[in-house]
Design a protein around this ligand. Structure first.
Ligand SMILES: Nc1ncnc2c1ncn2[C@@H]1O[C@H](COP(=O)(O)OP(=O)(O)OP(=O)(O)O)[C@@H](O)[C@H]1O
Ligand SMILES: N[C@@H](CCO)C(=O)O
Length: 314
């Protein structure tokens, strides 16, 4: 469930008066999602999404609003935040920060076809090109420094082999990533399949930018490859991998440094999600009773990336 703060129809109707969006017909809580309260709001003119921010770094919300608005202005398929009659996007409702968005059509792809993979590769490449002109700054909070900072918090819950795997990987990443300078820009930061909406092969939108940040563009692509292209054993699925990489490369050419560091970036982002999922399970469970995502899946992805380096970037 993902309505942690219920809202009455009267509260929503009153809230909508700030905007030029028509009058309320219906409000429906959205079942997906784990962090925020989300509602589909139907007016006599359109269908909207209302998000209440329950937790996380709320002082960062202006960055996310600016990034979404920037991508929307550059014709990327994202839900650009709605601005009220006074030009304000970020509001308060039920004592929480609130944003209103257009509702995008479509469903999350579970087993994406190569054509659907090509669509996300193309849009991510376009997004990265456009994001290089974005002025906002929010250093990537889940990079190798974060891995260093948090890994010791989960070690005592793990067996000897897992502890050794994590220590060895951090050592390898340290030596391979020192003095590496890669193309920078704004990142989605969590572009899993369940943060996209498709109708057939058409990508209708990319949502949930609340891990958005700035940093190595390649980090974002590696997150996508690990989630979209891994089988149950963690191995890469070649047809999906090729479709994403080829479509991305048509939008943004890779540098030599990126080509060299690519296998390392896949390992770094696999370790990042293994650790973040371990933290949720053992250290910092969410206040709400939700089934945590399986950390072992990202252990399998990590060991597969170490054993079988990917096909080189074009
Ligand atoms: N603009 C939108 N158009 C259509 N559906 C949306 C939109 N925004 C959110 N949703 C739907 O609401 C669900 C929850 O939204 P969101 O991902 O922002 O919440 P969350 O609590 O941050 O979830 P999580 O971080 O677990 O993905 C999404 O999975 C999607 O189904
Ligand atoms: N996409 C994340 C959860 C939301 O941050 C994961 O699969 O672990």
């Amino acid at each position: 469930m993902a309505v942690f703060t219920p809202l009455s129809d009267e509260q929503v109707a009153h809230f909508l008066k700030r905007y030029d969006v028509g009058t309320l017909l219906a409000v429906e809580g959205v079942a997906g999602g784990t962090e925020n309260s989300t509602f589909f709001v139907t007016t006599d003119r359109e269908v909207l999404v209302l998000t209440l921010f329950e937790q996380g770094e709320q002082e960062e919300l202006p960055f996310f609003v600016d990034l979404l608005a920037w991508l929307d202005q550059h014709q990327l398929p994202v839900p650009g935040p709605l601005f009220d009659r006074e030009g304000v996007a970020l509001q308060r409702l039920a004592d929480r920060p609130a944003l209103l968005f257009p509702r995008l059509r479509g469903r999350h792809p579970e087993q994406p076809r190569p054509t659907q993979c090509a669509a996300i590769g193309q849009v991510l490449g376009q997004m990265h090109r456009v994001s290089q002109g974005f002025q906002g700054i929010r250093p990537n909070p889940r990079d190798l420094r974060w891995v260093h900072a948090v890994h010791s918090r989960v070690m005592s819950y793990l067996g000897h082999d897992d502890q050794t795997l994590i220590r060895d990987r951090i050592d390898a990443l340290d030596s391979r990533l020192s003095n590496v300078v890669l193309p920078q820009g704004a990142l989605h930061g969590d572009l899993f399949r369940d943060n996209t909406l498709y109708e057939g092969d058409q990508l209708c939108g990319v949502i949930d930018f609340y891990n958005g940040c700035t940093g190595d563009l390649l980090f974002d692509l590696a997150i996508v490859i690990n989630d979209w292209c891994s089988d149950d054993d963690g191995a890469l699925i070649p047809e999906r991998y090729e479709a994403i990489i080829e479509a991305y490369a048509r939008e943004r050419a890779f540098t030599d440094q990126e080509r060299r560091i690519w296998p390392t970036m896949l390992e770094l982002t696999a370790l990042r999600y293994w650790l973040s999922r371990l933290l949720v399970v053992y250290v910092d469970p969410p206040a709400h009773a939700l089934t945590p995502k399986d950390p072992a899946q990202y252990r399998r992805i990590l060991t597969s990336r170490i054993a079988h380096p990917p096909a080189p970037l074009p």
